[in-house]
Ligand binder design. Structure first.
Ligand code: FAD
Length: 389
């Protein structure tokens, strides 16, 4: 048997194992519309994450020495596809698992790895990412939240914004300015901040879809041990760049997530009376082709990452899925509007779709806006001249 066949057979066996486990273990009250809005949803999701850990599925891609199973990209995508197939709840500790953990493995000291990795895996400590500030988003290096050294502690003052999940996070992976004299990319440090420290105030921002998933975070003389710096003091930019590549990379979305959306579009095309309309069918066909293209695109990224080629190409993935997702929701909104005019809409489906439609607008912005992804692709993938600033 050649190596490719052996990987395929192995992946098939893995798919059967994961499917069987998920079907038996995903709590029914955490599946489907509305589940995440329940008052105790965060606590229930912490319990679900713990069940994943106990089953050995918390972070299959983490190296064995850090508590994972050392599985490669193919197994990881199979897991994610099966996870989405049963509509299991979004991972609560995504910042811990995808961002903080791998960053600590790369840049942290053995003491830091020992202290923080286990609680991330077991979801005992949930993380948020404190990078963006009111005047530092795309131009992240303009951040101003200051950290002044006082003995063996930093004293932190300033503000973060758009911090997803800060309202239920235990820890924040933050970028702070430790040196105002150095060029702006060189005076930044990455620090781990206990969200229960005195002087932190978290204010959730109510979004247009009614959800309040991201927050403003204010720091007023917050004391943090200097031992919580990841990497060297003033070298946080390098730490942040490897963290951001992880955030945009493989494993965030699979094509499976989009299959039920395409089914809804098909149904709504019929319901809205456009089942024979060539423009509407063209539109539907375009979405089907995009999802199929995305599937192959992710496959190619996985193959490249297995060959150790995984860097700015992550921006292609992010750009593709976010534009595709936004376009699918836009089409759906038009169809729901027509169906409702024909008095044939399904209001339960619609309210979920509308909330997700608003969220899909944000996919073009978070993890680095799509304009910035285009700049990265132009300069670092295609080798075009650098943007003039
Ligand atoms: C749902 C959501 C969740 C988020 N979660 C987090 C989080 O958990 N932690 C965190 O730190 N941040 C988070 N963010 C913030 C996110 O990273 C920023 O919003 C993003 O980087 C853009 O920054 P900005 O909002 O300041 O916009 P700006 O940087 O002010 O950009 C405004 C517009 O100008 C464009 N633009 C800016 N510079 C250029 C350029 N050089 N070339 C071309 N166009 C340009 C942008 O593309 C955008 O369209 C989140 C954002 C959203 C929407």
């Amino acid at each position: 048997m050649d190596a490719v066949n052996s990987v395929e057979l192995d992946a098939q066996a893995w798919r059967h194992e994961v499917r069987a486990w998920l079907e038996q273990n995903v709590p029914s009250d955490l599946v489907g519309a509305g589940a995440l809005a329940a008052p105790d949803a965060v606590q229930r999701r912490r319990e679900w994450e713990r069940r994943l850990y106990d089953g050995g599925y918390a972070a299959i891609h983490w190296p064995v020495e850090f508590g994972g199973r050392g599985m490669g990209a193919v197994h990881r995508m199979v897991f994610q596809e099966e996870y989405e197939r049963v509509s299991a709840p979004p991972r609560l500790n995504v910042q811990g698992l995808m961002l903080v953990g791998p960053t600590l493995m790369q840049h942290g000291t053995p003491e830091q790895q020992e202290r923080w990795l286990g609680p991330i895996l077991r979801c005992e400590e949930v993380w948020c990412q404190g990078f963006s500030e009111p005047d530092a988003g795309s131009d992240l290096a303009a951040l101003r939240t200051s950290a002044k050294v006082d003995g063996d502690e930093f004293v932190i003052n300033g503000q973060k914004i758009w911090t997803s999940g800060a309202n239920h996070a235990d820890w924040c992976f933050a970028l702070v300015r430790t040196n105002t004299a150095a060029p702006k990319h060189r005076g930044i440090s990455a620090v781990l901040i206990d969200m229960r420290s005195p002087g932190i105030e978290v204010r959730p921002i109510k979004q247009i879809n009614g959800r309040g998933t991201f927050c403003e975070v204010f720091f007023d003389d917050v004391r943090v041990p200097t031992a919580n710096v990841v990497g060297e003091i003033d070298d946080g930019w390098n730490v942040a760049m490897s963290a951001l590549a992880l955030e945009r990379g493989v494993g965030r979305r699979t094509y499976v997530k989009y299959l039920p959306l395409i089914e809804t579009l098909e149904r709504m095309t019929e319901v809205s009376g456009l089942g024979q309309d060539s423009a509407a069918l063209d539109d539907l066909g375009m979405h089907v082709v995009q999802v199929s293209k995305y599937r192959h695109h992710v496959g190619r990224t996985i193959a490249e990452s297995a060959n150790g080629r995984f860097g700015p190409e992550a921006s292609l993935n992010k750009l593709f899925w976010s534009e595709m997702e936004a376009a699918i929701y836009e089409s759906g909104m038009r169809l729901f509007a027509l169906a409702s005019a024909a008095d044939a809409g399904d209001s339960r489906d619609y309210s979920r779709w509308e909330a997700d439609y608003w969220h899909s607008r944000a996919t073009r912005i978070f993890a680095g806006s799509n304009q910035i992804q285009r700049n990265i692709i132009a300069e670092r993938v295609l080798g075009l001249p650098k943007e003039k600033r």
